[in-house]
Ligand binder design. Structure first.
Ligand code: SF4
Length: 425
């Protein structure tokens, strides 16, 4: 049981030991804490399952605070798939297909279902689905709940991120917490949890502020971080429930280290000659980011749903007075569903993408399109056209499977990159 989790924990342990034995002064020292947090989170999830504690699965991000305040652990199944399951993607997808899921679906959403079926990930006591990113992720949470036989609630998000939309989401969230409190024995009521939720929001807000500062440092030319580190700039959806002190230390240290690199003029990509934005997905199995580095191309920002709010080109749940008033703790969590730049209007996606390119002084966009990802099908073109028109920067779009390497043709991708960036330079 949980063999993949255990292998990942061993990997983290080995990285921690290496840093302890001989810290590399060219790398971020805060990485040691980061690996510890990753290890602690996974151990905590295993112990929670073994100890019969409540676990909520959701792709909505609010679980990090709301589920925890209500007394449960939080797992984001698709972010776990990105971090933990991608090396085992083919093995897990085969299980998913045997369960009846499509071979050609988005892997980020099928892998977690297969991982639960194969006893590789702790199953939930309840799930919350949301349409903030895509229908695939919402259906993923519903499918997990049906498979394990636990309660599930689906939040329908508003396409427009205004106050009316906020009220629409907040109403559903009140209904959701009541429903779950009645259906899940041991889950605290919202009334009993609200004060703890406000405290968690305060603490998360400070860590969020540190990440926003890191992004400000990333706007410097040349980029202070190598491409791999930029790709891994963390979100706040995967922190251990009982590790907030360590998490706060980590984010402070991470911010300070990146800031110091800017002051010392350390080049993340030596000889940086081009700066690019990577859109949406990650080349999980390939050496693409290193290949770009060899060609002195710095990947300075990854555009996925939440990054505009982290960077500050779009408002965030942690910003005060977004609608000209102080929001209640529940409204703050409802705002999290509006922080995301996709899963809503294509114009928002295109607009925020262009603002990011501008803020980070990008010369081009590299757009990796995950096969089976319906939200990117039409929207990638909207962004490419807007970036060309408003900033005069081109987009290279590459369509393929981002976790399953079966069809990956490294030479073809490298050739494409070479031709595209030679044209650009
Ligand atoms: S890659 Fe696309 S389909 Fe898959 S989870 Fe992300 S937004 Fe949804």
């Amino acid at each position: 049981m949980f063999e993949i989790y255990k292998k990942h924990i061993a990997k983290m342990e080995s990285r921690i030991s290496k840093i302890e034995a001989s810290p590399d002064p060219t790398k971020l020292l805060s990485n040691k804490l980061r690996y510890e947090l990753e290890r602690d989170k996974m151990l905590e999830e295993i112990h929670a399952f073994e100890g019969g504690q409540l676990i909520g699965h959701s792709v909505c991000g609010i679980g990090a605070r709301l589920f925890v305040a209500m007394g449960a652990h939080y797992i984001h199944p698709s972010i776990t798939a990105d971090s933990v399951f991608s090396p085992y993607a083919r093995q897990l997808l085969d299980i998913g297909v045997k369960l009846g899921f499509p071979e050609r679906g988005c892997e980020r959403t099928i892998l977690p279902i297969a991982a639960i079926a194969d006893k590789q990930m702790p199953p939930p006591s309840f799930t919350v689905a949301t349409t903030d990113s895509c229908d695939w992720m919402a259906h993923e949470c519903e499918a997990i709940a049906r498979m394990v036989g636990c309660p599930s609630y689906t939040i329908d998000t508003s396409p427009i991120h205004d106050e009316k939309g906020l009220n629409y989401i907040t109403d559903q969230m009140y209904e959701m917490v009541d429903y779950l409190h009645k259906k899940v024995p041991g889950l605290r009521s919202f009334a009993d949890s609200e004060e703890d939720l406000a405290v968690l929001q305060e603490r998360y807000g400070k860590m969020f502020g540190h990440i926003r500062e890191v992004y400000k440092f990333m706007m410097h030319v040349p980029s202070p971080l190598p491409n791999g580190e930029t790709f891994r700039i963390p979100w706040l959806d995967r922190l251990p429930k009982n590790g907030l002190d360590k998490s706060e230390t980590y984010f402070r240290m991470f911010r300070d280290e990146v800031g110091e690199r800017v002051v010392k003029k350390i080049e993340g990509v030596p000889g940086e000659r081009l700066r690019i934005m990577l859109a949406v997905s990650g080349p999980f199995y390939s050496d693409l980011l290193k290949y770009l580095e060899k060609r002195q191309i710095a990947m300075v920002v990854v555009y996925n749903g939440l990054v505009p709010s982290y960077v500050g080109v779009a408002p965030s749940m942690f910003d005060k007075n977004v609608f000209g008033r102080k929001l209640s703790p529940m409204e703050v969590e409802a705002r999290r569903q509006q922080d995301i730049s996709w899963g809503s209007m294509g114009e928002i996606w295109a607009e925020h993408g262009v603002r990011l390119c501008q803020a980070f002084q990008c010369d081009a966009i590299l757009y990796l399109l995950q096969s089976g990802c319906t939200p990117t099908l039409g929207t990638w073109k909207l962004l490419a056209e807007k970036a060309e028109k408003e900033l005069g920067i081109p987009t290279l779009a590459y369509d393929g499977r981002m976790m399953i390497s079966d069809e990956y043709d490294e030479k073809k991708l490298h050739d494409l990159v070479d031709i595209f960036f030679e044209m650009k330079s």
